[in-house]
Design a protein around this ligand. Sequence first.
Ligand code: ASP
Length: 364
Amino acid sequence: MIVSKIGGSSLGDKKCFMRFKEVIKSDEKRKVIVVSAPGKRFSDDEKITDLLISCFKKAENKESFLADFSKIENRFLEISEGLACFERIKSELKSIKSALFKATYEDYIISRGEYLCAITASCLLNYTFIDPSLFMFFDSEGKIDEKKSSCALQKLYRQYPHMVIPGFYGISPNGKIKTFPRGGSDITGSFVSAFLHAEKYENMTDVSGLFMAPPCIYPNSSKIDVLKLENLKILSHFSNGVFNEGAVDILIKHDIPLEIKNTFSGEKGTISLRCPKNPELIAGMGAKKGIGETMLILLAGKVTGDGLFAAFLLNCLCNEKIAVLGISKSKFGEGLIFNISKYDFEASFCILYKVAEQFKEGKT
Ligand code: ASP
């Protein structure tokens, strides 16, 4: 059985929903579906979760949230039009609006994007809607009580072998909805996969997998076919968040294989495993801002633990007159971090990328 988590960018409008149905139905192993809230349809569009947050903030400050709320209404009415759940969506929207007027319960409000999305998806697929409040139990420390939660979900799964689950939230011991951090539907997907011992956790999104370098920094880098989950964690921590960092730990702990893939293209994505047969010497690269006017560049992979390799990279940068301000090991696992001036960032990244790519192909 496969757990498929669908990102919000693949559920932005009615057309996406219809294509999503085709994709899910094309593999009968896709029995448990986790959904995010509808995301952007075009680059300057708004995500439903952002609109809900904005509504809540406005309501809290006693400002009118109606303009933002009508964008949410319109989106869900468009998506659910013609489906059997249309009237239900209408009445759920009314309840959310009333709750907003009270403005007391933020987690409940901001989780409603996933909630409405899952109701619609379950209706479209003819799968059972399962609310996370029935099984995703937070303990008093704010962590998921895995034993209690997995028992409850397994019981539900025996009863309802095809289900759609809203991502991003669970329930606290006081009976109130509690959300995960932003991007938390990935976490729901990881927990659900672990609780049900899924053969694979498929994370469907708008990119076709992970790339050697974040495309926003280095376009056209090569796609990673297989990588170690630990390296995915280092890369997620550093880079632009194709996959939620916290969601990786759950997969490592429970040894669940992950595939990050494009929802609609059908091509193979990036597989991430706890122990791949041939652990990659170089897994990929990432970058983030350092302190002050500095940038940090990360290289992840087995070889980064080798002092000679580090010295070689340092030499490559020095040969191009780049001053390396510091070099350190990643605290999570196999990773090497270079600290350089932001003015040297692009040149340094290119140099390191070229070495990494050659190394990967056995040319260095
Ligand atoms: N909708 C939530 C967010 O935008 C959770 C998610 O998409 O994973 O952060």
